[in-house]
Design a protein around this ligand. Structure first.
Ligand code: EPU
Length: 334
């Protein structure tokens, strides 16, 4: 356990914040030992890619470094893979596609750790973590007890789970088990960008590895690499609006992108709403709205968390004024 540690290297937005205490754990036993000594409140950090610090952390930050990827069960056309919560998510994707396994190729290059993936039910290009999820193991921060959560118990929703709701801040996810296909893959190439990129690669019958490659290419052209320009991916969720709100938008913008949902609501891309309000590529001090994807806020260097949060609020305010839609942050703002 070390004290007064800068969290700047541990958050991909690259803002300065200090943890009163900081510890890295590589096993469940180390985690339990750390929790026994930790000053409260405890914050578990994975890759730090979905978090914005707007102030110092008064207690202990525990960085999850629990590694390991293993096949735990085999079935005729699929198998279960269990990965440590501290593994890098994209390393798990690469491991899977190299073995010819299917199921998470569309989730390539999503920054962050395996343990953070279920918290917000990561998703991209038509696939969500919940589609392949079997169960997770987590240690309760207050007691050190290890518990298993099934898929049903996690109550996954769009970028949502119980770990963002009433169980928020109470657990450290130490392992995640996924069900991946060994053959007869259920590939998802329905997303326009994916289909176009595969075509440009000259691939007619894609393997999971081809799809992974296509998704990596798409993400690299649209999204900033946090190692080069600080960001935490999509800052807001894509809002779901009722038919009346949508009708208003449609009358003004007949070509507005939108996705009808089974419940009669309409999902409108937040990036589009933000662009209509004139924010795309705009810079305010050290922060800005990314030039190729308005949903991503970026650190142009030396930004503070408050500065980034102020920009997020200004953006949300203009979207509310113009469209009557309240944007909700996807990122965990602390
Ligand atoms: N759009 C604009 N202007 C912009 C950005 C987007 O007009 O500046 C419009 C375009 O019409 C585009 C549509 O919005 O067709 C959707 O944009 P995009 O395909 O980039 O996806 P998104 O809805 O903005 C979501 C996820 C991403 C994920 C992509 C691909 C959320 C909050 N974000 O973004 O996830 O990679 O779909 O599936 O659901 C993340 O969560 O951090 C993330 C990057």
């Amino acid at each position: 356990m070390t004290h007064n540690v800068s969290l700047r290297p541990y958050n991909t937005f690259g803002v300065e914040a200090t943890a009163a205490a900081f510890v890295e754990v590589a096993s469940v036993d180390e985690l339990r030992a750390a929790l026994r000594q930790a000053t409260r409140p405890v914050l578990v950090l994975g890759g730090g890619s979905n978090i914005l610090f707007t102030q110092d952390w008064p207690g202990t930050v525990v960085r999850n470094r629990i590694r390991g990827i293993e096949v735990v069960r085999r079935f005729p056309h699929r198998l279960w893979v269990r990965a440590g919560g501290g593994e890098v998510w994209h390393d798990l994707v690469l491991w899977a596609v190299r073995q010819g396994l299917g199921g998470i190729e569309n989730l390539s290059l999503i920054p962050g750790s395996v343990g953070a993936a279920p918290v917000q039910n990561i998703g991209a290009y038509g696939v969500e973590l919940k589609d392949v999820f079997v169960s997770l193991e987590a240690v309760e921060l207050a007691t050190g007890h290890l518990r298993r959560f099934t898929r049903r118990e996690c109550r996954f929703g769009y970028r949502d789970s119980i770990f963002k709701q009433h169980e928020k801040g109470r657990w450290c996810i130490t392992a995640v088990t996924l069900s991946l296909t060994t053959d007869r893959h259920r590939l998802n190439t329905s997303y326009g960008d994916v289909a176009r990129t595969l075509a440009s690669m000259g691939v007619a019958h894609p393997t999971p590895a081809d799809i992974s490659e296509a998704v990596v290419r798409i993400r690299q052209t649209k999204l900033p690499d946090p190692a080069i320009i600080g960001n935490c991916g999509s800052f807001f969720k894509n809002p779901e609006v009722g038919p009346e709100v949508w009708e208003n938008i449609r009358q003004q913008y007949p070509n507005a992108p939108h996705y009808p949902l089974p419940n009669g609501h309409i999902k409108v891309p937040a990036g589009w709403l933000i662009e209509q309000c004139g924010w795309k590529g705009r810079r305010v001090g050290n922060v800005g709205c990314y030039e190729k994807q308005s949903l991503v806020l970026v650190n142009h260097g030396g930004a503070t968390g408050q500065e980034a949060y102020a920009l997020a609020q200004a953006i949300a305010h203009s979207v509310a004024e113009r469209f009557g839609i309240a944007l909700e942050p996807e990122v965990n703002v602390l």
